[in-house]
Design a protein around this ligand. Structure first.
Ligand code: NAP
Length: 329
């Protein structure tokens, strides 16, 4: 196996010769066997150590699972294994080798296809009976497409996009919306608890991504509404910190108001959930709406506002920077 470092022997739940035997077993054919009976440790792999994946994989390691990571830019994987106990592999396939559950959190549909399929992809390294859980935000179509590829290898596939942002990932309080087979979901759910406060299976493969689309439609409208409200108050000469303090206790309250109103009033945007990511997500949403016939008149307009932020090189700013289009005259 192409691994950078084998540090499992330093794992708190690993004990001497028994632990070493566990590590040296050949690839096993049953997901239940991939959990060490003696220790309760599950061997897992995590692909994609970005803003979200890095701390998520870290929570799995802290929950005493045996984690092998893969990241395209190897320096991030090296930083990760220096910070947490675990191993780093050179390819997704090597990371996935002998893992009971393989997680991914990469960028878009094509990125996911790249780490999953092909000779060095994760599926090539996974044993029949193992489970793949994808946390990227993608189309429902790619989730279904990869579930078919997985089924050909007797691998279960779950689409499990997340909400809660970088802070939610770091604090381990993400919300996860899952799509997939109920039995596979039941096997994944206890592991997801390492970094989530709320995990729910919504339906078959693709249902997790469709739920995330609902989430993004709601967020886009709320952010634009908040920006227009704050801008209106400023134009009217109101003390907006006072205004927010009172209306945040009424029907206008939202996560965006609680977490972003203050920074929007201060003109702070160099953090948070990037405009580029939201534009990608709304592209997926609008594409899906063309298929299912849903009208998204407001979302389509707000998508154009995000496009304008990209044109003004504000693409890495937080989505609350919609406010700047109203303030810049
Ligand atoms: P990020 O910081 O840009 O990290 C992306 C990760 O994917 C990196 O590890 C990157 O590797 C890897 N990657 C991308 N394309 C790849 C490819 N073709 N082959 C191999 N690896 C590839 O992104 P993030 O913020 O963690 O977001 C990850 C996913 O979560 C996205 O789908 C995003 O929409 C979703 N999400 C993000 C947030 C948020 O607040 N950031 C919230 C909810 C959901 P390198 O290090 O080599 O670039």
């Amino acid at each position: 196996m192409k691994t950078r470092r084998f540090a499992a022997h330093r794992h708190p739940n690993f004990r001497g010769a028994a632990a070493l035997r566990w590590h040296l077993q050949p690839p096993l054919r049953n997901i239940k066997l991939l959990k060490s009976v003696e220790t309760g440790v599950t061997r897992v792999a995590f692909i994609g150590l970005g803003v979200m994946g890095y701390p998520m994989a870290g929570h799995l390691a802290r929950a005493a699972h045996a984690v092998t990571v893969f990241n395209r830019t190897t320096s991030k994987a090296e930083r990760w294994i220096a910070e947490y106990r675990g191993e780093a592999a050179r390819t997704p396939r090597a990371a996935a080798h002998a893992a009971a559950v393989v997680f991914s959190c990469v960028g878009n549909d094509d990125d996911l296809r790249e780490v999953v399929s092909g000779a060095d992809g994760a599926f090539a390294g996974m044993a029949p009976g193992s489970l793949f859980v994808d946390h990227s935000t993608t189309s429902a179509r790619v989730a279904r497409e990869l579930a078919v590829l997985a089924a050909e290898r007797q691998i279960e596939f779950i689409d499990a996009p997340v909400s809660g942002g970088q802070v939610g990932a770091e604090k381990g309080v993400l919300t996860i919306m899952a799509g997939g087979n109920e039995a596979a979901y039941q096997q994944a759910a206890p592991l997801l608890g390492a970094y989530a406060k709320s995990v729910r299976r919504i339906g078959p493969v693709g249902a997790g991504q469709l739920t995330k689309m609902v989430n993004q439609i709601c967020c886009a409208g709320v952010i634009q509404g908040l920006a227009e409200g704050l801008n209106f108050g400023l134009q009217a000469g109101l003390d907006m910190e006072e205004v927010v303090a009172v209306i945040a206790n009424g029907a206008a309250q939202s996560w965006q108001m609680d977490n972003r109103a203050h920074t929007m009033l201060n003109g702070e945007y160099a953090f948070g959930f990037a405009v580029d990511w939201m534009r990608k997500d709304l592209g997926i949403v609008l594409d899906e709406a063309r298929r299912n016939g849903a009208d998204l008149p407001t979302t389509a307009v707000i998508d154009q506002f995000f496009g304008e932020l990209q044109r003004r090189q504000r693409n890495r700013w937080d989505t609350s920077s919609l406010m700047t289009l109203l303030r810049d005259r």
